[in-house]
Design a protein around this ligand. Structure first.
Ligand SMILES: Cc1ncc(C[n+]2csc(CCOP(=O)(O)OP(=O)(O)O)c2C)c(N)n1
Length: 619
């Protein structure tokens, strides 16, 4: 059976095992081919091929309901559910999304992208099902990495006490993005490898098969009751103590074995965990060998596995190197990451200071309060987390850091439109959610060099500082001279007297381009980098007001609560003229696609700025 033959995923329910295996090969080829062109989450998807096929062979989706945790492993699911023909557009502007999107297909039941939500959503669906007296199965697929996230425990606690029937498929590959961390990960390893049981299982199977005439039948009976026997030898104290039945562990690349266990789980009228062991990157050698590099990958050459795209200088790696240097002189500096040491560029710090970096798993809330505790204990913690995932820790930043004026430095990577990963991954609310926090200083560097100066400054402060930056520097950034950073003294990048653009971070490039275009029309625009979005350069704003120079703001954050709003608030309260226009992202969820194109659609490109400014200056 080939992917092109699948007109409805329910065809898998009657498929022969040989057909399923052929299909698995076809799916893998398609995933490798497409991701090598478009980039994407390769290793996680290759690991979940057979698991997805087995789920579709047993359950009747979308009548039965399926929720993917994080959702980065859903490519097989998309290929089976009517999106094979458009799979080539994966992650591209107006193409299909790399994560489940309800607006894309009825099979994508629940939007995901941020980790550890599937169990809560599944329990909600199960409650709704029971209240409506419907008969359907609810299935959540959760990775062992996702299981380090606190929400999972809140859900398990609830599921165990409610005893609401649902099936949690634990997709355990021993990896998060890097190797998984934490005590629960150790527990899962114990469940997988418990030696006494493995030895007994092998011995019993051999022995039974040797018995003449009835040996094979006895062997089948043994397989059927294996889980009961197993529980005598390997005590599942964790899930059992929560009131959740445990089945497994089973080989997540053995479709037949998985089908058997899923059928069993479906017959149970109670919450069940099916522990499935998979291998990240299965079937594509480079991803099997280096699953971390192929977790999320840019385009690559299928023959060699080598990347075919190179990015600019990484802000995260720059921060990591600077902090590794500073840590030599300042013993108080520590770094905290949330399962993203690699993604945030902190591998360099980790190599140099392995005892001073703490990877807490996918636990952003814990990471921030942990930093609060460390700061209270006299350290200078730096928390490196993606802008979008830091949203999780809103309350912890507010209560456990700001309200106590603790010197915690937050580094928010991937600020702005992230591009191909889409709505759940854009870091476009950072200014809005941080700016309202008393005592917080929020900075956006325009280049990696400025980031270093900001870090130096931040570590001298007695209160919290957040520095937000994109993945990598743009090539066109004007040169920067190192200096002692001052948040309320914004840097003029170009002079002009007909108007002034106050551009934040990444927007400096487009603002300078717009100013250059306007120069040709004899309109002279000053461009200023507003590097701090919640402390104003009061001298500058008053000076512009007195000279009647119209002010424009430009930022890669949503308009509500953004930097433009901050300037407008300041102007109103201080009886200055309000800004002439606020260039910012619209108040909506921005889809995935090419960053440049998305910025254009949002009116944040140089041409749009040129048009608006041309109309609003008095010339
Ligand atoms: C709240 C949040 N923090 C961080 C991430 C980034 N992230 C995406 S996948 C992933 C690892 C997930 O590991 P696991 O659930 O085991 O899935 P696998 O990739 O191993 O299949 C992480 C940390 C995220 N998506 N959401």
């Amino acid at each position: 059976m080939k992917l092109k033959d699948i007109t409805n995923p329910c065809m898998l329910q009657d498929a022969e095992m040989g057909d399923m295996e052929e299909l698995a090969r076809d799916v893998r080829d398609e995933i490798v081919r497409t991701v090598s062109r478009n980039g994407g989450h390769l290793a996680s998807n290759l690991g979940a091929v057979e698991l997805t096929l087995a789920l579709y062979a047993v359950f009747d989706f979308p009548w039965d309901q399926l929720v993917w945790d994080v959702g980065h492993q859903c490519y097989t699911h998309k290929l089976l559910t009517g999106r094979y023909d458009m799979f080539g557009s994966l992650r591209q502007t107006d193409g299909i999304c790399g994560f489940p999107r309800c607006d894309e297909s009825p099979y994508d039941l629940f939007n995901t992208g941020h980790s550890s939500t599937a169990l809560s959503a599944a329990l909600g669906l199960a409650h709704a099902r029971d209240l409506k007296k419907e008969k359907r199965h609810v299935v959540a697929v959760v990775g062992d990495g996702a299981l380090t996230g606190g929400m999972c425990y809140e859900a398990l606690n609830d599921i165990g006490s409610e005893r609401t029937p649902l099936i949690m498929v634990l997709n355990d590959n021993g990896m998060s993005i890097s190797g998984n961390v934490g005590a629960l990960s150790n527990y899962l390893t114990y469940m997988r490898t418990s030696k006494g049981w493995q030895k007994l299982k092998r011995g019993m199977a051999k022995l039974l098969r040797k018995i003449p005439l009835i040996g094979n039948q006895l062997h089948d009976v043994f397989l059927r009751f294996k889980d009961h026997v197993r529980n005598v030898f390997v005590k599942d104290t964790f899930f059992a103590s929560l009131g959740i039945r445990y089945l497994g562990p089973i080989d997540g690349h053995d479709i037949r074995a998985m089908k058997r266990v899923f059928h069993r789980a479906a017959e149970m009228n109670e919450p069940v965990v099916v522990h499935v062991m998979t291998r990240k990157g299965e079937g594509f050698r480079p991803a099997e060998e280096r699953p971390q590099d192929y977790h999320g990958t840019p385009p690559f050459d299928v023959e060699t596995g080598e990347c075919t795209e190179t990015g600019g200088i990484s802000f995260g790696e720059t921060a990591s190197r600077r902090l590794a240097e500073l840590a030599e002189k300042d013993e108080r500096i520590t770094v905290i990451t949330a399962a993203m040491t690699y993604g945030t560029g902190f591998s360099c710090f980790e190599q140099k200071w392995p005892k001073r970096i703490f990877d807490v798993g996918i636990a952003e809330e814990h990471a921030v309060t942990l930093a609060g505790g460390m700061a209270k204990g006299g350290m200078r913690p730096v928390v490196a987390i993606y802008d979008t995932f830091m949203q999780r820790a809103y309350d912890q930043i507010l209560e456990d850091v700001c309200a106590q004026q603790l010197p915690v430095l937050l580094l928010l990577d991937r600020a702005g439109i992230s591009g191909a990963d889409g709505a759940s991954h854009h870091g476009v609310f950072g200014t809005s959610y941080l700016r309202a926090m008393p005592g917080m200083t929020v900075l956006y560097p325009r280049c990696p060099e400025e980031l270093c100066d900001m870090i130096d400054w931040a570590l001298q402060q007695e209160g919290p500082v957040a520095i937000c930056y994109p993945r990598a520097a743009e090539k066109k950034i004007p040169s920067y001279l190192h200096k002692a950073y001052q948040p309320c003294k914004w840097e003029t990048l170009k002079q002009g007297q007909d108007g002034c653009i106050l551009a934040v971070g990444t927007m400096c490039v487009n603002a300078l381009e717009a100013a250059a275009q306007l120069e040709k029309e004899n309109i002279h625009i000053r461009v200023v980098h507003a590097s701090c979005v919640n402390r104003m350069d009061e001298t500058l704003l008053k000076e512009l007001n007195e000279a009647h120079i119209p002010v424009f703001t430009a930022e890669e954050n949503v308009l509500p609560g953004g930097f433009g709003s901050a300037v407008a608030e300041y102007c109103l309260q201080n009886q200055l003229s309000a800004p002439a226009y606020l260039f910012a992202l619209r108040d909506e969820f921005i889809p995935h696609g090419d960053r440049k194109l998305l910025l254009e659609r949002q009116g944040l490109d140089a041409n749009h700025m040129t048009n608006i400014i041309g109309l609003r200056v008095n010339k």
